[in-house]
Design a protein around this ligand. Structure first.
Ligand SMILES: C[S@@+](CC[C@H](N)C(=O)[O-])C[C@H]1O[C@@H](n2cnc3c(N)ncnc32)[C@H](O)[C@@H]1O
Length: 654
C-alpha cells in the first residue's frame, strides 16, 4: 500500500502488513479509492473498521449489495434524469437509526420530523388485526448500467466480464427485453418472408397480438389462457412453439394456482398477496436512457454512419452498480476488451450501453430484512418459528406483541402458499390435554392440518390436540429400541405419532389417550397409514389403561410401556404396583420395559430425575437408563428414563 497525496493504492499482495500501520495513517476521502476492485472493498472495510482512529473512510460505498437501507424509493411521477446523482442520494424511506416509533398511531418520525405511515400498528390497539400493510414501501431502486446485446451473444459476454456483473443475491445478471423475444424459427417469418405469405403472417400476428385494437387491460392469466386457446385452434400444429410465446413463467403459474380463492368454512378468503402479476415480481428493470446501438469498433463516427436496428431477441446484461451513469469509454478496460473480443469481426453484431433503474420489490426482500425495517430498533427480529403442516407457530416475546399482526402478515406473505395460517402461543401449555392456547394472527383460521413425519401422514387439529414436531427425533430413537416381536403400549398416545410408527414395525400396539379429539384423529391416522390391523385404541385415564392392559385375559404380555406426559407422568407409575399376577403372567416372558418422560430444571438433571423416580417406586432400579431428550426452555431439560419394572413392585402380593 502506498500513500500518494490523498489517494490510497492498495496492493493485495501486501495484505499481510501490520494493522497498526493502517491505524496510524490519516485517510481522507478520495475519488481514486473507489477504483479499487470491489472484492477488495470487504478487506478494506474490515481493516478500516475502527474509523475513529483512522479518520474518515468515505471512498468506498457504505455497504455493498442490495439492502433496504440503501437505494431510493421511486416516486411514481418522477423519472430520474441524472442517474449518478440519484444513486448517491441516501435512502430516506426508512431512516432506521434516526427513527422513533410512535406507538400510539403507528407513525414513524425521523429526526427532521418527517412522518410516514408504515403500517397501522399500535401498542394501544393490539386488537387491530389486519394491519394496512403497504408493500410498495419496500420497493428500492438502484441506478445501474446494462449492456444490451443479442440474446445469443449474451452468455459468452457474461463469461468474459464476470467480475463486473451485478452479482446480487437472487437476481439474474441478465434481463429480457420485453417484446423482442421471438423464437429463431419465427424471425424469418416475421421479418423476411412477410411478402411471400402475408395471410399466414397476419393470422399469426392476430393470434399473438389480438386484432390490433388493444381494449381494456386483461390480467395475465386470462391473456395466457386466451392466447393458448387461440394457438390450439390456429396454427398450433404448424407452429408448436407458438404456445411458449405467451406462456407464464413457472413461478407465475404456481402463484396463480396457489392464490386461487380458497373456500373455507363457507367463506371465500384470499390468502397471501392480492391478485396481480406485478405484485409477485422480485425485481424490475426499466431502461432510463436508450442509446443508439453501437457497432463493434466503438467509434462515434461509425456510430453515426451505421444506425443499426435490433433484429431478434436481445438481453440486458446488468453491470455492477459502480458502472452506473458511465459512458462506454469510462467502463473498465476489461469490459471494453470483452465487448470488442466477442463482437469483433461480425459487422452485423451490435451492442448498446443503456442506463437502467433496477427496482427491487417487496417479494425480493427476505423475511428478516423486512422485519428489521418495520420493527423499531429496540425490538429484536423474531428469530424463528415452528411449522406444523400449513401452520406457522410463533412463540413471541412481550416486546413483539404490539407488532404481532404485522410480523405474522410478513411471514404469511413470504411463505405462502406453504404457510396459510400464522398463530402465536399465548400461554405455557397447562391444559389437561396439553393443547396450546393459540391466537390466530394471520391467514386461515382452519387449524386442521396434515403433517408428514418419516413417511407417515398425520392429521392434526392444533386447536384441540397436542403435537410437537421437535419430538420426531426422540420418537425415532424409541422406535430403534423396538423389534418386530414387541407389544407396545402408548399410554399417552395423542394423535399417534409414535403408536402408528411403532405399528409399522412391531407385532401389536395398544394406544390410549384421554382426549376424545386426540382419539378421533388417532383413529383417522391409523386408517390413513394402513395399520388398523395392528392397533387397538383406548380412551381411558392413563392409570386405568395400564391396569386394564396388565389384567387382560388372556394376558397380552406387553413388552414396552411409553409414558410421554412429562409434567406429571411419575404419578402414573403407581398403576404398575401389584398389577401383575404370577398365575396369569407367563414367567418366561421378561417384565415390561417402561419409557417414562419428565422435566428437570436441576443442574444435574439425570441425578435429580433418578432420585424422583426411585422415590416414587420406593426401590432401586438396576436397569435404569436416562436419556436427555432436549432443552425445552433455558436450563429446563426433558428426559426419558427407560427401565424394566422391578419384580417386587409389579407382582401382586396376597
Ligand atoms: C405430551 S402429549 C403426548 C402425545 C403423543 N405421545 C405425542 O408425542 O404427540 C400427552 C397426551 O396425554 C394425554 N393425556 C393427558 N392426561 C391424560 C390422562 N390422565 N390419561 C391419558 N391421557 C392423558 C393428552 O391428551 C395428550 O394427548
Amino acid at each position: 500500500m502506498q500513500r500518494r497525496g490523498v489517494a490510497i493504492h492498495l496492493n493485495l499482495r501486501s495484505y499481510s502488513f501490520s494493522f497498526c500501520c493502517f491505524r496510524s495513517m490519516r485517510i481522507a476521502a478520495c475519488a481514486d479509492a473507489v477504483t479499487l476492485k470491489p472484492h477488495y472493498n470487504g478487506l478494506c472495510r474490515a481493516l478500516f473498521s475502527n474509523q475513529t482512529c483512522c479518520g474518515e473512510w468515505t471512498g468506498l460505498p457504505q455497504g455493498y449489495g442490495p439492502s433496504l437501507q440503501r437505494g431510493q424509493r421511486p416516486h411514481p411521477n418522477r423519472l430520474t434524469t441524472n442517474p449518478t446523482s440519484a444513486q448517491e442520494q441516501p435512502s430516506t424511506s426508512f431512516p432506521h437509526t434516526a427513527l422513533e416509533w410512535q406507538a400510539t398511531d403507528g407513525i414513524a418520525v425521523d429526526s427532521n420530523g418527517n412522518a410516514e405511515l408504515l403500517a397501522s400498528v399500535s401498542e394501544n390497539e393490539p386488537s387491530m388485526k389486519e394491519p394496512q400493510f403497504d408493500r410498495e414501501q419496500f420497493t428500492r431502486s438502484y441506478n445501474i448500467a446494462a449492456l444490451r446485446v443479442a440474446a445469443d451473444e449474451c452468455w459468452d459476454l457474461m463469461q468474459r466480464i464476470k467480475g463486473h456483473l451485478l452479482n446480487w443475491p437472487r437476481l439474474k445478471n441478465v434481463a429480457r427485453v420485453p417484446g423482442d423475444d421471438v423464437e429463431e424459427q419465427m424471425q424469418d417469418l416475421f421479418w423476411n418472408t412477410e411478402e411471400k405469405i402475408p395471410d399466414l403472417v397476419q393470422s399469426v400476428r392476430e393470434a399473438v397480438y389480438g386484432d390490433g385494437s388493444p381494449s381494456e387491460e386483461v390480467d395475465a392469466l386470462t391473456q395466457h389462457s386466451e392466447a393458448v386457446s387461440k394457438f390450439r385452434t390456429k396454427g398450433r400444429l404448424a407452429y408448436p412453439a407458438l404456445e411458449g410465446l405467451s406462456r407464464l413463467k413457472r413461478h407465475e403459474r404456481n402463484f396463480f394456482r396457489a392464490s386461487k380463492k380458497i373456500k373455507l368454512h363457507g367463506k371465500e378468503r384470499r390468502l397471501g398477496y392480492s391478485e396481480g402479476k406485478d405484485e409477485i415480481k422480485l425485481a424490475t428493470v426499466e431502461v432510463l436512457q436508450d442509446n443508439v446501438p453501437m457497432p463493434v469498433d466503438l467509434e462515434p463516427a461509425s456510430l453515426e454512419s451505421e444506425k443499426k436496428a435490433w433484429r431478434g431477441p436481445t438481453r440486458l446484461v446488468l453491470l455492477d452498480v459502480r458502472h452506473a451513469g458511465k459512458n462506454i469509454d469510462e467502463l473498465p478496460m476489461a469490459v471494453q476488451v470483452a465487448l470488442l473480443g466477442s463482437l469483433n469481426g461480425h459487422k452485423k453484431k451490435v451492442f448498446e450501453l443503456v442506463q437502467c433503474r433496477l427496482s427491487l420489490h417487496y417479494a425480493y426482500w427476505p423475511l428478516d430484512e423486512i422485519l428489521g425495517e418495520v420493527l423499531p430498533a429496540r425490538v429484536p427480529v423474531p428469530s424463528a418459528f415452528e411449522t406444523v403442516g400449513h401452520i406457522a407457530h410463533l412463540n413471541l416475546h412481550d416486546e413483539h406483541l404490539p407488532y404481532r399482526y404485522m410480523i405474522a402478515q410478513v411471514i404469511l406473505d413470504k411463505h405462502f402458499p406453504r404457510i396459510r395460517s400464522v398463530v402465536n402461543k399465548t400461554d405455557a401449555i397447562q391444559s389437561q390435554y396439553r393443547t396450546m392456547q393459540l391466537e390466530l394472527l394471520a391467514g386461515s383460521q382452519y387449524l386442521v392440518t396434515t403433517v408428514v413425519e418419516h413417511g407417515l401422514t398425520f392429521h392434526v387439529d392444533l386447536a384441540t390436540v397436542y403435537w410437537n414436531t421437535r419430538l420426531a427425533t426422540e420418537r425415532q430413537r424409541l422406535l430403534g429400541m423396538f423389534d418386530k416381536m414387541d407389544i407396545v403400549c402408548d399410554v399417552f398416545a395423542g394423535v399417534g405419532p409414535l403408536a402408528v410408527a411403532a405399528a409399522k414395525k412391531v407385532k401389536r400396539v395398544y394406544a390410549n389417550d384421554l382426549n376424545p379429539a386426540a382419539l378421533k384423529y388417532l383413529a383417522k391416522n391409523v386408517v390413513q397409514n394402513k395399520v388398523s390391523a395392528k392397533i387397538e385404541i383406548f380412551n381411558f385415564d392413563g392409570k386405568d389403561f395400564i391396569r386394564e392392559i396388565l389384567a387382560m385375559k388372556p394376558p397380552v404380555h406387553p413388552t414396552h410401556f411409553v409414558m410421554n406426559l412429562p409434567l406429571d407422568s411419575l404419578q402414573f407409575i403407581d398403576a404398575f404396583r401389584g398389577a401383575l399376577r404370577k398365575e396369569t403372567w407367563n414367567v418366561k416372558q421378561p417384565l415390561p420395559k417402561v419409557h417414562i418422560y419428565g422435566f428437570s430444571k436441576s443442574s444435574n438433571p439425570e441425578l435429580e430425575f433418578t432420585k424422583r423416580l426411585v422415590g416414587t417406586l420406593g426401590e432401586e432400579i438396576p436397569t435404569l437408563e436416562i436419556h436427555l431428550v432436549r432443552l425445552v426452555a433455558p436450563k429446563k431439560w426433558m428426559l426419558c428414563a427407560s427401565f424394566q419394572i422391578p419384580e417386587r413392585f409389579c407382582y401382586h402380593s396376597e
